[in-house]
Each structure stands twice: as structure tokens, then as C-alpha cells.
Design a protein around this ligand. Structure first.
Ligand code: F6P
Length: 543
């Protein structure tokens, strides 16, 4: 079959299914068994999606026609799948266990990955044992990660998600994340941290990101002022650089012994598995970090080897394709029912929208249909009190991902266990009401309700059930989303590994800095920007 004939079959199927309500589809008692998939403890429940098991067959036929199997092989074997930048995207290699090998351009990259892990391990051990000392000889007890986008969101999300997994040695180390270019987070921290015991981790793949370099310069000056010492001494004791550009880090002043390196073939938003994950390793220990990698590797192997019809990331992607391209749904809510996953929506916003927010295909032609939807989210129970109104009674169709662990607080008190039961009950109830609407009620009482108390239902959702939220399970979850993104990119024919869309804004901002200080140079700008520049400068002069 060709992709065109598959799309045509799918359009016919969608025509029929658009007129069927989820309450009708869920009347089939076999539906849960037919539409639930499991791998290594991770459960993907697609039974509240507006499709039939045979729809998945048709979607898999589309994936086959798009040569997905071959494209997965290309990804994992190091082919230059990032074609606009002429390089591989080998985040899977970062979690490949020691003892294996993968040669890319004549180099065994697994050996390089393992040697960086060993360097991270040594660094974490030095910190955990109190042997990394600041300028006064005191042990470092505070680590501040400075980075943005992929150099911030993954480590931040993971450290918060796995905060229950801190080994004893890590408990004496406070960890902070600073990303915003305006200095908001940093200024608050600098007024209360002890410079003598604070270590900054500068995380930047390119080592050119102005947000990170501006925060780093402020932090360096703070230390120089507090210590009265030369910048060189401060940089040796208080700065680690994590980058794919060692020369640039060196020029900035990070000595080579304080550098942890990763590679060009690691995309920024796919980099938490590399040295960028150092804050994670500091927080949960190297053993925990290796469990995270092992969970991701389990999904990599599954993605590479499992038949497409049983392949969790592929199915998650195909259901997205169905909703976006066949049912015309262009909003996607990420709803974790576990407060530890508070930063997961922001992480996935970058992963999905920076990867697949594209409208040009690999051959330069325009994409025919929609690609990545608008994706946002919040801890589910909090979102219930904020934007669920729109999910239940608004005019937009929204697809939702509910993410929840079955077990939590197993070694804690009854009260906390009861709170988790509450979260579980809410998760199940919301998924049910979104699907069934009024029909969730056991009787017909809704029929007599006024229109503003009616629920139309038919909002599709996926439930991702973890056994427990552990480093291993989180690794699985994130790798599943990464491969979902790749699968969708293959079907849309786009490159998920570049981000040219963010470049122009950066260039323009650099020029604008000059115009902000020299308004007389703004004549060539548009009238809206000129107007604001004038207004800002008047206000600044009055200050
Ligand atoms: O501006 C977008 C981006 O390039 C992201 O892709 C990346 O994760 C982030 O900036 C940070 O980049 P870097 O790690 O090079 O500082």
C-alpha cells in the first residue's frame, strides 16, 4: 500500500467514527483488553480513544507505508536523520549499556559515552563525599544549574520527579535551577546563598546561549565580589561547564578539568541522558541515574524490535496522528496525577513542539496537513480547578494524556496513601467523564438538567499507568514520548531534530539590544516596535 491509499482508507474510517460517541464504543466489554498495551511494567490504555482496534491496523499500515521500521533502524544505527544539520540523533546511544559498541564515522561512540559516565561518577562522588571545596576550603553544599531549554527542563523535571530517591550522601546538597534570562531566579538565590559553598553548573550545548551566559556572568561576578579573589581561582573552584563546545567553554573561562562534554549528535531536548544530566546524578546518585538510563534503554529496545502493532511509542504516535489528522483535534493536554511530575508538561512542551512544530517536509515542500498540536498541561488535580471547565464544556476538542502511578507512599502513613487513592480516583473519574459525558451517570437524570449542567463527553484520552514512579519507570516514560515524536515526524515527513524556527528571534534580539540603547538607530524598524522603544526609553529616562 502507498501512504496515499492508507490516508484515503483512514479518512473513510474517520468519516464513520466521527459519528460514533465514545459512550457507545465503551459499551464493548472487550475494549480494555483490545486497546491496552504493555511493555516491561508500562501500561498504555488507548480504550478511551475515538477509534476501533481495526483503526490501529489501518494506522499501522500507514506507518508501514512510510517505512517506519527502516526509519527506526536509521535512527538507532546513527544514520544522519537530522538532515538539515547533516548529523545523527543518537540519544539512544546515551543509554546503551557498557559492553556494546556502535561505530559512527569510524568512532565507537558507546565507549565515549561510558567514559563520560565514569567522569560524571567521579565528580558526583567528590561532591557527595564533601571533597569538592570552594575558595575558602569549605565543602560545596549547594549546586546551581544554569541552563535553558534542553539544558534545564530535563534535569529540572527529573530531579523534581525523583526527589524521593535521594541517597543519603546527596541529602546534604541543595540543588537549584536557573534559566530565565532576566535574572529573576538568580537574583533571588544570590541574596540568600553562601558564595563560599556554592557551585555553578553551566549547561549549554552551544555555549553561546545568551540567557545562560548572562546568568553565568552575574554568578561569576557575585563570587569575585564576595571572595575578593581573581576570576581564575573562582572558575576553578565554583564552575563546571557541560557542553559540546569545549573551546567556547574554555574561552569563557571554564578550565578543561572542570568540563564535561557531550556530542553534537545529542539534540538539546534529548540531552538529559548525557552529561547534561549531571544535576540528576547529583540528586539521585549515579546508581539512580543508571536506572533512569536502563528504563529508557528498555523502551529503545522495544521500539527497535517490537512489531509496530504492539509497539508502545508507535501506538502513542499513531493515536496522535488519528486525532490530529483524521479527527481534526489540535490541542493536547498533559495531565499527571502525581505532583512530582509537575514539570513534565513543560518538558514535553519543548520535546514535542520544538521537535515537530514544523510545516516544511524533508524535501523542502510544505506539509499537507497539520503537524504538532498545541500542547500544554498541569498537575491533573490542580488543572481540575483551573482549565478542566474548557475540557468538559468548551468548544474545543482536546486530547488528553493522563499519567499516574498505581502505587505511591507504600512505606508511608495511611493518610498519604489515602491521598494517593484520592488522586487515582480523580484521574479515573475525569478520564471517564471526559469520554462518556452525561452518560457517566447511572441513570437518565442528566436529561432533565439545564443545558449549562450537561456534559457532551467524547473527549479522547490515553491513560499511561506506571506501577510506581521510579528512576527506571521515568526513563521508560520519557523515552516513550521521544520515540512517539520521532514516529510522528516520520509519518509527517519532517525533521524533528532541528529548530530553525527559534533562530531568527535570537538574531533580532541581539540587534534590538543595540537599538534599545541607541533609539536614533531605530528608524528602519516597523512603527509598532519604534513606538514601544520610544515609550520605554522615555520611562527609563524618568527613572
Ligand atoms: O533556542 C532553542 C535552543 O537551542 C534549544 O533547542 C536548546 O535546548 C536551548 O536553546 C539551549 O541551548 P544550549 O544548550 O545550546 O544553551
Amino acid at each position: 500500500m502507498t501512504p496515499d491509499s492508507c490516508w484515503s482508507d483512514l479518512r473513510d474510517a474517520a468519516q464513520v467514527l466521527k459519528s460514533r460517541h465514545l459512550s457507545e464504543l465503551l459499551g464493548d466489554d472487550n475494549r480494555f483488553d483490545a486497546l491496552t498495551f504493555e511493555h516491561d511494567g508500562l501500561l498504555l490504555d488507548l480504550s478511551r480513544q475515538r477509534l476501533l482496534p481495526e483503526t490501529l491496523d489501518q494506522l499501522v499500515a500507514l506507518a508501514d507505508a512510510c517505512q517506519l521500521k527502516q526509519k527506526i533502524d536509521d535512527l538507532i544505527s546513527g544514520e544522519p536523520v537530522n538532515c538539515t544539520e547533516g548529523r545523527a540523533a543518537l540519544h539512544t546511544a546515551l543509554r546503551t549499556p557498557a559492553g556494546k559498541s556502535l561505530s559512527v564515522n569510524g568512532e565507537d561512540i558507546i565507549a565515549g559515552v561510558q567514559s563520560t559516565l565514569a567522569k560524571m561518577e567521579a565528580l558526583v562522588a567528590t561532591l557527595h563525599s564533601g571533597q569538592w571545596r570552594g575558595y575558602s576550603g569549605e565543602a560545596i553544599d549547594t549546586v546551581v544549574n544554569i541552563g535553558v531549554g534542553g539544558s534545564d527542563l530535563g534535569p529540572l523535571m527529573t530531579c523534581r520527579a525523583l526527589s524521593d530517591f535521594k541517597p543519603k550522601a546527596a541529602q546534604g546538597i541543595e540543588l537549584h535551577f536557573v534559566s530565565s534570562m532576566d535574572g529573576s531566579q538568580l537574583s533571588g538565590l544570590l541574596s540568600r546563598l553562601n558564595p563560599a559553598t556554592t557551585l555553578f553548573v553551566l549547561s549549554s550545548k552551544s555555549f553561546t546561549t545568551i540567557d545562560t551566559l548572562a546568568n553565568a556572568a552575574t554568578a561569576r561576578q557575585w563570587l569575585v565580589d564576595a571572595s575578593g579573589l581573581d576570576s581564575d581561582v573562582i572558575l576553578r573552584h565554583h564552575f563546571i561547564g557541560i557542553t559540546a563546545q569545549p573551546e567556547k567553554a574554555g574561552e569563557w573561562g571554564i578550565p578543561s578539568q572542570n568540563q564535561l562534554l557531550f556530542w553534537d549528535w545529542t539534540g538539546g531536548r534529548y540531552s538529559m541522558w548525557s552529561a547534561i544530566g549531571l544535576p540528576i546524578a547529583i540528586s539521585i546518585g549515579m546508581e539512580g541515574f543508571r536506572r533512569l538510563l536502563a528504563g529508557a534503554h528498555s523502551i529503545d529496545t522495544h521500539f527497535h524490535q517490537a512489531p509496530l502493532r504492539e509497539n508502545l511509542p508507535v501506538l502513542l504516535a499513531l493515536v496522535g496522528i488519528w486525532n490530529i489528522n483524521l479527527l481534526d483535534i489540535h490541542a493536547h493536554a498533559i495531565l499527571p496525577y502525581d505532583g512530582r511530575l509537575a514539570h513534565l508538561p513543560a518538558y514535553l512542551e519543548q520535546l514535542e513542539m520544538e521537535s515537530n512544530g514544523k510545516s516544511v517536509r524533508l524535501d523542502g515542500s510544505a506539509t499537507e496537513g497539520h503537524t504538532c498540536p498545541v500542547l500544554w498541561g498541569e498537575i491533573g488535580p490542580n488543572a481540575q480547578h483551573a482549565f478542566y471547565q474548557l475540557l468538559h464544556q468548551g468548544t474545543e476538542s482536546v486530547m488528553c494524556d493522563f499519567i499516574v502511578p498505581a502505587k505511591r507512599y507504600t512505606d508511608r502513613g495511611q493518610e498519604l496513601q489515602q491521598q494517593h487513592r484520592l488522586a487515582l480516583a480523580n484521574c479515573l473519574a475525569q478520564a471517564r467523564v471526559l469520554a462518556l459525558g452525561d452518560k457517566a451517570l447511572a441513570d437518565d437524570s442528566a436529561d432533565a438538567a439545564p443545558p449549562w449542567k450537561r456534559y457532551r463527553g467524547n473527549q479522547p484520552s490515553t491513560v499511561i499507568l506506571l506501577d510506581e514512579l521510579t528512576p527506571y519507570a521515568l526513563g521508560q516514560l520519557i523515552a516513550m514520548y521521544e520515540h512517539k515524536v520521532y514516529t510522528q515526524a516520520v509519518i509527517w515527513g519532517i525533521n524533528p531534530f532541528d529548530q530553525w524556527g527559534v533562530e531568527l528571534g535570537k538574531k533580532m534580539a541581539t540587534a534590538m539590544l543595540d537599538e534599545l540603547d541607541n533609539p536614533d538607530r531605530s528608524a528602519s524598524l516597523d512603527s509598532a516596535t519604534r513606538g514601544l522603544l520610544l515609550r520605554i526609553n522615555t520611562l527609563r529616562e524618568q527613572a
